[in-house]
Write a new protein. Structure first.
Ligand code: SAH
Length: 263
């Protein structure tokens, strides 16, 4: 069976065997584990995963590919194929014996951010996640305070998980080749959040507001939300910019706003 890649589904199929091997080796998968692959496509990662003897669920949106996968892997009794949109899929229904899921995907770049947050809503049932993403996005996820790429995605992702760039993947590794460089990121949800956040929506709001004009000082960018003296009382310099604040700083700003809301 042949398949013509569909742009609207973000289809860039991996065909570089060295890269596939490198991804697989970095996973250290074992046969007792429960794995979930998002967007298996034509099975470039699915096939080597199955040879490891693990339990694998895959979620694919393109019905033609679902048919192709069902045919290709009809002998595999440890594989379940779900024909579904991963953005709406209930991942928390997959574990069977309280085991945690290990997730992998060469993700369609247009849905990668909402999909990661959808998964993190269920992070209690997730052991770790390995994703192929645009390198630019991986750099932003992993950025530390003070760097140019540090922003909303860094703060919010680092609230949920430890983040690590494993390696870069050049465009030629895919068919068709995307225009940009890609990279593999490892995300491991924290057992306990690294900081206390009383209300995640408020954290999100403060972070969006603070980074909405990166070049402004906090005194100005947060003017509508929080008084300068209150910022000082949290030991944060109101003359600094959002990009130097740590996750803990954002947490204390958002917790203060929640307290104020209640009074
Ligand atoms: N893993 C394969 C395919 C990567 S291309 C490989 O590495 O070669 C991205 C895959 O995600 C495609 O198969 C595409 O059809 C699928 N996809 C796109 N949007 C999706 C969604 N919302 N839910 C599940 N799969 C999706």
């Amino acid at each position: 069976m042949t398949h013509t890649p569909r742009k609207r589904f973000g289809q860039n199929f991996l065909h570089d065997h060295t890269i596939i091997y490198n991804i697989l080796s970095s996973l250290q998968a074992t046969s007792e584990e429960h794995w979930v692959e998002i967007g298996p496509g034509m099975g470039a990662l699915t096939e080597p995963l199955l040879t490891m003897g693990l339990h694998l669920d895959v979620v694919e949106l393109d019905r033609d590919l679902v048919a192709l996968l069902k045919d290709k892997f009809k002998q595999q009794d440890k594989l379940q194929i779900f024909s579904a949109d991963a953005l709406k899929f209930d991942f928390s229904a997959l574990p069977q014996h309280n085991e945690k899921l290990r997730i992998i995907g060469n993700l369609p770049y247009n849905i990668s951010t909402p999909l990661m947050f959808h998964l993190l809503d269920n992070s209690a049932c997730i052991e770790d996640m390995h994703f192929m993403l645009q390198k630019e996005v991986v750099d932003r996820i992993c950025a530390i305070p003070g760097s140019k790429k540090y922003g909303r995605l860094s703060v919010m992702m680092q609230y949920y998980c430890t983040t690590e760039l494993l390696f870069d993947v050049p465009p030629e590794s895919f068919d068709p080749a995307p225009k940009v460089m890609s990279a593999i990121v490892r995300l491991v949800p924290h057992e306990q959040p690294p900081v206390t956040v009383n209300n995640l929506k408020m954290l999100n709001r403060v972070v969006i507001q603070a980074f909405s004009q990166r070049r402004k000082t906090l005194r100005n960018s947060l003017k509508k939300l929080i008084d300068e003296n209150a910022i000082i009382a949290l030991n944060i310099d109101p003359a600094s910019r959002a990009e130097v604040l740590s996750l803990a700083d954002f947490a204390s700003l958002s917790n203060l706003l929640i307290e104020e809301d209640l009074t």
